[in-house]
Structures are given as C-alpha cells and as structure tokens.
Design a protein around this ligand. Sequence first.
Ligand code: LLP
Length: 421
Amino acid sequence: MNFFEVRDGELWCEGVPLSRIAHEVGTPVYVYSTATLERHYTVFQDAFAPRKVLVAYAVKANSNVSVLKTLARLGAGADTVSEGEIRRALAAGVPPSRIVFSGVGKTRRELAFAVELGVAEINVESEPEIDLLSEVAALLDARPKITIRVNPDVSAGGHAKIATGKSENKFGVSFSEAERLYAKASADPNLDPIGVACHIGSQITDLAPMAEAFAKMRGLVERLRGQGLTVERLDLGGGLGAPYFDSPAPPEPAQFARMVETVLEGLDIDLVFEPGRVIAANAGVLLSRVIHVHERPEGRRFLVVDGAMNDLVRPAMYDAFHDIRPVKTPRTGANLSAFDVVGPVCETGDTFCRDRELPPLEAGDLVAFMTAGAYGAAMSSEYNTRPLAPEVLVKGNQYAVVRPRPTYEEMLAREPLAPWL
Ligand code: LLP
C-alpha cells in the first residue's frame, strides 16, 4: 500500500497535490512519501515480531539522505556497498553498529574505513578479500566482525541482470568454499567471523527459491557449528519484490517472515535482512510533463515527456514496467488509446514503453511513473547533460526539496578546463 491517492480529481502524495510540486519545483522530479517509507519499514520489521531482527535497508535502492534518515529514525540499519554509501548512512544517523558492508570488490581503502568505524559486519565475498581484510585489520590492530557471503546456486527468476544467486554470477562463494574459509577466518587472529550471508536476487515474487536457499544456509550453519565453530548471525539479504502491477501481487512481508520462521524453526540465531526495493519502490514516483504528442501519419503515437532514461533507466536497462498515471483524473468515459512513451534523450532505448493504453494526454499534462522510489534517482545520470532530477520528500501536507536540481553553472563548474586549453 502507498500514499499516492486521487483526491479532488487529481493525484496527491499524502496531503500535497503532485501538480503543486510540479509547478513549484519543476519537472522531471522525484517525489517520495514519508508515510509510505515508514509504513513499509514498520511492516517488514513487525513481520518478525517478537523476534528482534536487524533490518539493514539496502541504501543502493534509494540513497537520498533524508530518505535514509526517515528510516534511521525508526531504527533501521543500512546495507551498504561502498564507502560513499557508508558515509551517507552515517550522515543520516545510522550508528556503525547497524551498518552492514557488502560488495564483491571492496578496495583496501574502503575496508580500512569500515574497520576503523567498527561496522556491524563486513560481508566478505571471496578468499582474496579475506586475505586483504586480514592484512588491513592487522595494520589497524582491529578485529572486524565478518560474515562469509555464500552463493547458494539457486535460480530465483527475475531479470538476468539482477539475479545474483547462481554460481555463474560474480557474488559470493560456494558452500564448500564457505566452510573452508569460515574455518580459515576463525583461525585468523585478525578476523572475527560471526556468521554467514546470502542474497539471491532482486524483485523476487516467488518464495520457493528463497526457502530453498535459506534451507541450504541453515544446513551450512549447522555444519559449521558441528565443527565447533561459532555462528551467531545469519544475513538473508534482500530481494523481496514490490508490486509494479496490481496483479499478481508479490508476497507480503508477513508471508515472507512466516516462510523464514518455518525454514529456520528451532535454530537459535540472530537474523539480518537487507531489503531495499520492498521499502522504497512504492514510496516514490517520477513526475514528468508531456512535451508534445508526435503522431506519425502511418499510425504510431509518441508521447514525448520531459523525463528520460537518464532519470529512470529501469525500462531501458531491464525492460522494466512502470505504471504511468495521468496526474489529472481523466473525465469519465474517456477512451484509452495506445502511446509509445518516450523521453528526449537521443537513443531509441529512451523508450519507457510501447503501445501503452492511456487516456487522452496532451502537451503540458503531468504524468507519474509509479513505483519509482527504488533504483530510480539512485541510478540516474546526467547523460545528454540533463540536470539530475530533483528529489522531494513529502510528509503530511508539507514537502521539502531534499536534493535540488543542479543549475547549469554548477554542472559546468565541476569540470575545470585542462590548464593547456
Ligand atoms: N543486498 C544485496 C547484497 C544486494 O545486492 C541487493 C540488491 C540488496 C540487498 C537489495 O535488494 P532488493 O531488496 O532491493 O531487491 N537496479 C536493479 C536492482 C539491483 C539490485 C542489486 N542488489 C533494478 O532496478 O531492478
């Protein structure tokens, strides 16, 4: 559920009409709903009650500092994959004890930064990384808490570019490697192995592959414990899908939690989750204005909007579907007709969708790309020298610009000329 609703004939975010934000901030613009973020975080956390779990929100999904702070105030941790994301989490007030540091290629500098900070866990993904971390820890005279990330070799469906849990993907080590590396790390005076981790993919809408992976993880925990090793923590990653369409709806966090409890029944262990999309996706829209409708005599109709693939790359990159809703409610009985919705970027790939049935739309109308709160602004770029779309956070009947649109002067000032030019 989310707090983007029709009121008085137009789409609002909580207590603010989207048309007001478009008018005052300009388009394209990302708009996020505080109530939706809070609700999604709370629903996920509460699904596991009375068990206390660390919900480390995956910063990559939406890394705006105000979004992070909204979640941090509810007690969220942060799953991070770079020094930059750790710095964002800290800026939002997430304590290091709730920061998880994941990623296949952490640099020496990044590892040192996380070790000095004393993050909750560093999820190590390969043997060379363990060796490098051990070296870094020895130099800093520290003993970082680590988990070994396992690749459970499970296929979770979804788009190939975001599947991570098969052995052909770059993430994590095999179960047998994990056992060997866990023993190796346990014998290393510079490392404190506390658990194991996995993450099998994103936008997963079927609980079965997750249950299969988690059961395999449970087996690993039991084998390691059987060898006399201490395993306190199991990090089960993120990946739960968000409802991009009305149906079929992905499993609710409560169903996900029941599955986890069933698979882990009787196992005494601390749990960590790294949800991103399920918390942020439905909490944001990309608001865009129609520039014009270009109708070809031979039939195709292009709805050219001022948002583009640089603002929301998911359709171009993963053929992702985003519902497109006119901000002004169409008059009753308005006929739907097919549009290709495209942005102004000079690439055919800058196509949000083909043959989408939409009500009548014309130049100046506003449309909202729904479910754009996750992997929207976070993946945006300035391709075609288009300024990054600003981000707005709504709370009740107030809103704040939480990342302004850069001016052209600011954009150009970032590029000093080479002295010989
Ligand atoms: N933990 C790890 C280790 C991850 O790699 C990811 C996402 C997550 C947690 C959060 O997964 P989520 O709960 O959001 O599914 N850009 C793509 C999605 C990439 C996901 C990458 N990893 C998209 O727009 O669909």
